[in-house]
Design a protein around this ligand. Structure first.
Ligand SMILES: *[C@@H]1O[C@H](CO)[C@@H](O)[C@H](O)[C@H]1NC(C)=O
Ligand SMILES: *[C@@H]1O[C@H](CO)[C@@H](O)[C@H](O)[C@H]1NC(C)=O
Length: 775
């Protein structure tokens, strides 16, 4: 497999380089944090799955968690502590009925908790799919116990029947707004408010056309509104475009909104929204023909500012399977609101007998404006509620809920586009950094169970880190942020994880702390620690925009570790850079080393083969990292290598060669014979398994000493796209994805780029090769 792979890598090289120049699509997170149970507080319960509904009860210090057939009350500060739980299982009879309707008893005919909201009397409203027969109930938390009241309310239209279908809901002033489908087949979509008067969407393809509901949020737009406007509820979803002039189905992303005070019409649109308006949302990702599809949104509002300054951050993924890009686009609420308040409408025009074309409506628009909330202008004309709206306005909106103009993101382009693990969820937090500026930090959950932390520094997208939360990798299905605990909560099918906004202690040196460019972290000179900004007493060293590590005091000289080698023996000196953006370089007794057949530079160390006297000396491993402000070099490890018996320290002696030229002893010969036999066996096995290409497949590689082929092979697994172009046969294309398990320590053990078999995955390495010439 790998000769082919490396071939294709060289083939793709020119193409990839041009891509690289155009956009930082392959942006590598500066730090990759492999899975470790200390990365996060974790919660999961044996035999329980699908932890995908969450409610923050900061008033009770609880994270209320909905899973399959169970609800948990976890300690908000440490979710591994469970305070209470309650089961909500389907009955035998319900399961039987569900099964008789053709659903799978093991998966679909269970009760998946889908809705959890706080009510104004401090209880909770909870709904579950309940074996394809959704049901809702009230739940309270008293005396450390969760109790369901067994009210058995009908959940139709509130909660999906199908646990695999996407849905969304919010509770606003004790009224539940839900977007889901309200029939068994999942074919009747609805956006509805259940109380005080139940209002819903018209069942018409121009209103909702095979939608996939994503999220919902409210906006307090009545607040000091000069027009006497009403509060709104926004719904994000994707759906099949009715307006598309195309033969194939085209899915587009949408935002729709309704007014909180809507009571429906008197005759037309009775008990239906009179204020349902929707618009297309664009997130133009370069090189893509088909629109990207919205997957999650996060409403970010500055508490000091008005609602108009709120932002929606949204995650998008491609519509076609052929691309593995994901994107984040940001929208101003004011831009969305303006399109609904002032924009033109689209109107259907029949062209042929069965074909309808949607074009911009340019005729007269009735008063009050169709889809507008009741405002002062309407009140002046005696229209004080939607029931008073004239038929002309209602008929107009019934036929034309779609706006002509699409909503564009800020800057008309995505804030972040990245190849690799598909984005699933997003949370955004704002932090005031040491420079006094405020930064939006994005936490993006992925299909691979990781969370990316990224900041846009004046147009430059910088991925601070990627942390693996779940092992084996599980898609992140939900993320929440509590501004009370300052913690993020992420749920997957297999468990829940809680992480802080930053783990500054991961940086052990000032240089690493500064080059990490994490707005939450700074270097405390006095304590010699990388610390969380807001917990710091003193002024900290931080340089977010430039990564200027010249501000750092001189580092302590590293204490060398003693290592020994034998003549002809092999030795590995370990060295892992804290940064994926750094290259490592080695020097011996002060002069730089160049890699050769005997001195191999690996991603996690230096391999000395067939040692001789000249290999002794003082070795230093340097990590060289570039930032905007310069090139920084730090000594990451230091070794004193001498000839002699087996060493101590953490360097590893590899495969010491038997001393063939020593005093001839029969014992040695036996050992050698055994070694040779086992080596041959190993070799044969490796050829058989295809771990080593046969000589006629890849001549270059087999010129390596056959004696340590096996070790070599093993080490190659550790050496994916590391920094050295000279090593091509060793480095490129040999990583077949097994490397993840083998890494030790804080090594950059995974990176999204390594997670696929796709030949394009080695693209990030090209950046290094490119850089090589600059050094
Ligand atoms: C629930 O979790 C299981 C186990 O991970 C998974 O196979 C299944 O697809 C999940 N079901 C839903 C509805 O998400
Ligand atoms: C947390 O956010 C809410 C609004 O979402 C706000 O009312 C509250 O003041 C915030 N609390 C803190 C501690 O920042």
């Amino acid at each position: 497999m790998h000769p082919l792979l490396s071939l294709s890598v060289f083939w793709l090289l020119p193409l990839a380089l041009t891509l690289e120049e155009d956009s930082p699509l392959d942006s590598v997170p500066r730090r990759s944090v492999p899975y470790h149970q200390d990365n996060a507080h974790l919660f999961r319960e044996e035999g329980v799955f699908n932890y995908s509904t969450m409610l923050l009860r900061e008033d009770l210090n609880l994270l209320v968690l909905g899973a399959r057939e169970a609800v948990y009350a976890l300690d908000l500060k440490d979710i591994s502590k469970k305070h209470a739980s309650v089961k909500w299982e389907v009955t035998q009879k319900q399961e039987e009925e569900c099964k008789n309707k053709g659903k799978d008893p093991e998966t679909e005919c269970k009760n998946y908790i889908r809705i959890l909201h706080k009510t104004e009397d401090n209880r909770m409203y909870v709904c579950g799919t309940n074996a394809f027969d959704p049901e809702c109930d009230y739940m309270s938390y008293t005396d450390g116990m969760l109790t369901l009241e067994k009210k058995a309310e009908d959940g139709k239209g509130k909660c999906p029947f199908d646990p695999f279908q996407r849905y969304t809901s919010i509770m606003f002033e004790n009224n539940l707004y839900s977007a889901t489908s309200m029939n068994f087949l999942g074919s009747e979509p609805v956006l509805m408010r259940s109380s005080p008067v139940s209002i819903r969407t018209e069942f018409k393809s121009s209103w909702l056309n095979e939608p996939n509901f994503i999220s919902m949020t409210q906006m307090p737009e009545s607040e000091s509104s000069a027009e006497g406007d009403d509060d709104k509820v926004y719904v994000f979803f994707s759906e099949t475009a009715v307006e598309c002039d195309c033969y194939n189905k085209l899915v587009v992303s949408r935002v729709a909104r309704v007014c909180k005070g809507d009571l429906g019409g008197q005759r037309t649109l009775q008990k239906k929204w009179t204020s349902f308006l929707k618009a297309r949302m664009d997130c133009p990702v370069l090189e893509s023909q088909l629109p990207y599809i919205i997957q999650d949104t996060y409403r970010w509002c500055d508490p000091q500012q008005r609602w108009k300054d709120c932002l929606f951050f949204a995650v998008f993924t491609p519509q076609s399977e052929t691309s593995d890009l994901s994107a984040v686009c940001v929208y101003r609420v004011s831009d969305i609101s303006r399109v609904f308040a002032e924009g033109k409408y689209k109107t259907p025009v029949p062209v042929e007998t069965s074909f309808v074309k949607w074009v911009m409506y340019s005729g007269d628009v009735p008063f009050p404006r169709p889809g507008a909330c009741i405002d002062n202008a309407a009140r002046e004309k005696g229209i004080t509620q939607t029931l008073d709206l004239p038929d002309r306005t209602l008929q107009f909106i019934k036929d034309r809920p779609l706006m002509d103009q699409a909503i564009q993101p800020i800057g008309e382009k995505p804030l972040l586009v990245r190849r690799g693990a598909t984005f699933t969820r997003i949370i955004v937090n704002q932090v005031q950094a040491a420079d006094g500026n405020k930064y939006h930090v994005m936490f993006v959950g992925t299909e691979k169970g990781t969370v990316l932390k990224a900041v846009n520094y004046e147009g430059e997208m910088f991925i601070i880190e990627e942390v693996q939360l779940f092992e084996p990798p599980e898609p992140i299905k939900i993320m929440k942020f509590s501004n009370v605990t300052g913690q993020l909560y992420a749920g997957s099918d297999e468990g829940v994880a809680q992480i802080p906004l930053a783990t500054c202690e991961r940086s052990l040196s000032c240089m690493d702390c500064v080059l990490a460019r994490d707005p939450y972290c700074g270097w405390d000179k006095a304590d010699r620690k990388c610390v969380f900004l807001s917990s710091a007493q003193r002024e900290l060293i931080q340089s977010l925009k430039d990564g200027d590590a010249n501000l750092c005091p001189d580092a302590d000289p590293a204490k060398p570790v003693n290592e020994s080698i034998w003549p002809g023996g092999n030795l590995k000196l370990r060295c892992t850079s804290p940064s994926n953006l750094a290259k490592t370089a080695w020097e011996r007794d002060g002069s730089p080393l160049t890699p050769s057949a005997r001195l191999q530079f690996l991603r996690d160390g230096l391999l000395i083969l067939n040692a001789s006297d000249s290999d002794t000396g003082r070795y230093r491993c340097l990590s060289v990292e570039r930032s905007k402000s310069g090139k920084y070099t730090t000594a990451v490890a230091e070794y004193q290598v001498s000839m002699g018996p087996a060493g101590s320290g953490d360097g590893t002696l590899i495969f010491p060669r038997a001393r063939v030229d020593g005093p001839s002893v029969a014992g040695y010969q036996v050992v050698i014979a055994l070694l040779v036999v086992s080596l041959l066996a190993l070799l044969a096995w490796n050829f058989y398994k295809g771990h080593i290409p046969l000589p006629w497949n890849c001549g270059k590689k087999t010129t390596e000493q056959s004696q340590n082929t096996h070790e070599q092979e093993d080490l190659n697994q550790h050496a994916p796209r590391s920094a050295f172009a000279e090593e091509k046969p060793l480095v490129l294309g040999t990583d077949n994805g097994r490397s993840n398990n083998n890494h030790t320590g804080g090594a950059a053990a995974f990176s999204a780029a390594e997670e696929h078999d796709d030949p394009t995955v080695t693209l990030p390495s090209l950046k290094y090769i490119d850089d090589e010439s600059e050094i």
